[in-house]
Ligand binder design. Structure first.
Ligand code: ADP
Ligand code: MG
Length: 601
């Protein structure tokens, strides 16, 4: 039999590699601008036609390339940035794999003009699908101009895969904004279909933010500045008033690279706690400087997700720094680092390290916020200070044992089952002890929690099969988490299998739940992670809580008398009906003796 294995021709190998580096016009924008930054440019111009489908051009005034280097730069693994594998760990430049230009040249018609400052003439190169069509000396500005034309012209399947002009342009703008924010000292401009969209002079970060997002940001930014032994954080956050209903103005940079990390994003928004309207997202542009040894960067050139080796510590510092910035600007109560003698003196009078202190602050605030929520339930429902005064008494009063264990149920000996719904949030019912307000949402969470916990500990729950199984791609850490809890998630009623890298095919979800299995699954993982940092529950309790939280009915839902009856009945047959798994009270009784005292004075 003849030998059948052949090496791929370079052009095809480059095309394949291109798929990884250049996914869409925005990725070409990123690679080209990063190269210009690495070349020491002080001015970078981006020109876009047809959302990058026709033209992506980046013009810089950086160090330029010699004729030989210009030719070399198009080869795969051609880079001036590292020479040995060791250099990988000392990287200061943006790119280093020497793949970007080769990839773009493989899937577009590329023109390059480049000149070294000391030379009179520069080099012109025309490349199509990796093939150099023309090379000649040319008179041009010092620096480099690269035009990527008709991206994917030779791979129709990929070209067809591009999204609408609007979508592709918004990806480009996003990429442009991130790079412009990370390098405020470099002048940037963006010209889109012959219109100057951004013209950003070299400036300080605050001015760059204003130039990018609008004059009204000027008076709405609070500086963030904090340094610990672990990391340094600087940048700006926006006042709560700047928060938008849509995401898009949240920027975290780690060692000056834009990154995504839900956990940090969550640290920031939770520092805004109570200041933001539900479902709105604050502006922030924060720069974390941290020794790269604490960061696990996925060195894939297009990935922006990273992980820290000690997420909790980083979380604590970021949370506190934001909290402090909000406080210093009178946007929320301030935290005084020096003042809290008790805290600093704890642990055998050993002063807490900065990180420990942040941790403490963080936990305290969580407790406070739980308490506030707890109090809110009462505040909302009554106008009476009378109730306020009695809150402490009520708390002890609230502690009923389960009706299973004790005869003395709050519901016992009722002849009349007078129930009504108040403000579509509470079920109100007369009891032997007084008038009971049941919070329908927390009560339902409590019921579902017990149900799911039972499934996790004993008999797995029923599953309903999906008509159309859905695929769900997760981040690598989320995927690992899902696999770790495979059995538990199965017991809850989900059915899924691994479906490619970090992807799952979800074919079933817990019975009696409606909605999208994909969203539910994602929501479950999200909630699980949130709980991990807030509640410190064991895995099963956490999962049961997370699913209960995701699937419980919300306030605002109208209930029929039968539904109310069922809810109340099920609540009081729970082993612990007093509190939701998060620790919020499920009901409250307005004591009849207090009602009485109201009328006798
Ligand atoms: P990498 O940036 O990973 O080195 P690229 O394929 O992006 O790989 O670029 C290859 C090489 O081409 C770079 O190492 C650099 O020497 C040179 N180069 C690319 N763009 C520019 C530019 N705008 N100015 C000067 N040199 C450049
Ligand atoms: Mg590069």
């Amino acid at each position: 039999m003849p030998d059948i294995i052949q090496l791929l021709p370079d052009a095809i190998a480059n095309q394949i590699a291109a798929g990884e580096v250049v996914q869409r016009p925005a990725s070409a924008v990123k690679e080209l601008i990063e190269n210009a930054i690495d070349a020491g440019a002080t001015s970078i111009k981006l020109i876009i036609k047809e959302s990058g489908k026709a033209l992506i051009q980046v013009i810089d005034n950086g160090q330029g390339m010699s004729e030989t280097d210009a030719r070399m730069s198009l080869e795969r693994h051609a880079t001036s940035k590292i020479r040995t594998a060791d250099d990988l760990f000392r990287l200061r430049t943006m790119g280093f794999r020497g793949e970007a230009l080769a990839s773009m040249a493989a899937v577009s018609q590329m023109e390059m003009k480049t000149r070294l400052p000391q030379e009179d003439l520069g080099t012109f190169l025309l490349v199509e699908g990796s093939e150099v069509k023309k090379q000649e000396p040319i008179a041009c500005e010092k620096g480099t101009s690269i035009s990527v034309k008709n991206l994917f012209y030779n791979i129709p399947a990929r070209r067809n895969f591009l999204k609408s002009n609007g979508v592709e342009m918004s990806h480009i703008t996003e990429e442009f904004q991130r790079l412009a924010l990370a390098h405020p000292h470099i002048a940037f401009s963006l010209n889109q279909s012959d219109e100057l969209v951004y013209d950003l002079p070299s400036s300080k970060l605050s001015q760059r933010i204003v130039n990018l997002f609008g004059k009204n940001y000027q008076s709405q930014l609070a500086p963030v500045q904090e340094e610990t032994s672990l990391l340094k954080i600087t940048g700006y956050i926006g006042r709560p008033e700047l928060a938008k209903k849509k995401r898009g103005e949240q920027f975290i940079f780690v060692n000056n690279r834009f990154i995504r990390n839900n956990y940090l994003g969550y640290a920031i928004t939770s520092a805004y706690e109570g200041l933001l309207q539900e479902g709105s997202f604050p502006f922030y542009a924060l720069f974390v400087d941290i020794d790269p040894k604490h960061v696990d960067v996925n060195v894939h050139p297009t990935k922006t997700e990273i992980k820290f080796d000690d997420e909790r510590a980083v979380y604590g510092v970021v949370w506190s720094a934001v909290k402090q910035a909000l406080g210093a600007h009178n946007l929320s109560p301030a935290i005084d680092f020096a003042a809290d003698v008790n805290l600093m003196g704890k642990l055998n009078s050993q002063p807490l390290s900065r990180e420990q202190y942040y941790d403490e602050q963080f936990n305290n605030s969580l407790q406070r916020s739980n308490l506030q929520n707890w109090e809110k339930i009462f505040e909302q429902e009554t106008n009476s200070r009378l109730l306020d005064r009695q809150l402490t008494e009520q708390k002890t009063f609230l502690r009923f044992e389960s009706s299973i264990n004790k005869q003395e149920s709050p519901l016992a000996d009722e002849t009349e089952k007078n129930l009504f719904q108040f403000q579509q949030q509470y079920i109100v019912r007369a009891t032997r002890h007084g008038i009971m307000f049941i919070n329908q949402q927390t009560a339902h969470e409590c019921i579902l929690f017990e149900k799911y916990l039972a499934q996790l500990k004993g008999t797995p729950g029923n599953s309903q099969q999906s008509l159309f199984p859905q695929t769900l791609t997760l981040t690598a850490p989320d995927f690992a988490l899902a696999m770790e809890m495979e059995r538990e998630i199965y017991a809850l009623g989900f059915r899924f299998e691994v479906f490619g890298k970090n992807a799952l095919l979800i074919s079933g979800m817990p019975a009696e739940i409606s909605g999208s299995e994909k969203e539910l699954f994602e929501g479950l993982i999200e909630q699980f992670k949130k709980n991990q940092s807030e509640l410190h529950l064991p895995i099963r309790e956490n999962l049961a809580q997370a699913l209960a939280k995701r699937t419980a009915m919300k306030s605002g839902q109208k209930l029929s008398p039968e539904e109310m009856e069922a809810l109340v009945g099920r609540l009081f047959s729970c082993p612990n009906p007093n509190y939701s798994p998060e620790g919020r009270p499920t009901f409250f009784i307005f004591d009849s003796s207090k009602i009485e005292s109201y009328f006798t004075r």
